[in-house]
Design a protein. Structure first.
Length: 281
């Protein structure tokens, strides 16, 4: 396979492969005071893929997701989602675009004062147009899809395990039938069994619901189990993007450190069935 690794050192290389991106970020700059977080960052997300973003702590992964959701405005550049510049539309448009996206926040944050049911119902109630009986049906459907039994619906988040809280947060992210799902560290803090089962859940929902998924993760098992492509955020931009097998071979100090430690080599064994030639460089 001699597929070229798309590097943004070579602009334009991705265009042919990616004519109609769901998200198209061009010339993005993000600055907080004097700190520049993103500088001339380009990124395209393809319809139906699971794209993972990796990068060091503080490299601006969460901020980038929030910008793609329209929750934070970049200092410069454009972010087009479903062909709309989400930082320059009318308020109506933005509401509509936000409804086409769901997000699982980094700490799976549920409202601690609301029951499981009310947490999932909250985005539906905010729309102000749905009857309570329709909302109830939809909440139970989303909980069922996320593997939460109905008997838990009246419980408070504090009565539930971390794995269940993540599933409920996922049910809430799916409340309005999004086409785009953002996951920020979805398996952080879960033990390996719970993490594996959450990965299987995301895999199943991605297929069943035809979702485009943008995910941030530090967990290599999650990364390799789910990603169609990986984008590496370093030096304030996307230094490389491509299939996992390609990205791990890209020469960059962050990539070597991130992927080629002992954990990385074990996680990459998914690419090299026992006895086959390994991917270890
Ligand atoms: N609203 C804000 N005001 C000032 N600095 C911020 C703000 N949001 C994020 N930052 C800074 O931007 C950088 C990137 O943050 P973040 O996207 O959360 O990183 P990560 O890649 O770890 O998710 C960090 O240095 C963070 O402190
Ligand atoms: Mg973060």
């Amino acid at each position: 396979m001699d597929k070229v690794i798309t590097s943004y050192a070579a602009p334009g290389a991705a265009a042919a492969d990616n004519a109609h991106p769901v998200i198209d970020i061009q010339g993005l700059r993000t600055q907080f005071g004097r700190a520049v977080v993103h500088d001339n960052l380009q990124l395209q997300v393809r319809q139906g893929e699971i794209l993972s973003i990796v990068g060091g702590s503080g490299s601006g992964k969460t901020v980038l997701m929030r910008q793609m959701l329209g929750l934070e405005k970049p200092s410069r550049g454009s972010i087009r989602v479903f062909d709309e510049d989400i930082h320059a539309p009318t308020a109506d448009n933005l509401d509509f675009l936000r409804r086409r996206s769901g997000m699982l926040f980094q700490n799976g944050a549920l409202y601690s004062a609301l029951t499981v049911f009310d947490n999932v119902a909250q985005p539906m109630r905010e729309m102000g147009t749905l009857s309570e009986s329709l909302i109830a049906d939809m909440v139970y459907l989303k909980l069922h899809m996320s593997g939460i039994a109905f008997e838990h619906a009246r419980k408070m988040p504090s009565d539930l395990s971390g794995g269940m809280v993540k599933r409920i947060a996922l049910a809430r992210a799916l409340a309005l039938d999004p086409e785009l799902l953002f996951l920020d560290e979805p398996t952080a803090g879960l033990d390996p069994d719970r993490s594996d089962s959450f990965v299987s859940l995301i895999q199943a929902l991605h297929q069943q619901l035809n979702l485009t998924v943008v995910m941030v993760t530090h967990d290599l098992d999650t990364l390799f189990a789910l990603s169609n492509r990986i984008a590496v955020l370093a030096e304030k931009k996307v230094v490389t993007i491509g299939a996992p097998q390609e990205v791990v071979q890209f020469q960059h100090p962050f990539i070597e450190k991130f992927f080629l430690g002992g954990r990385g080599i074990r996680a990459m064994e998914v690419f090299a069935p026992a006895g086959a030639e390994g991917v270890t460089p």
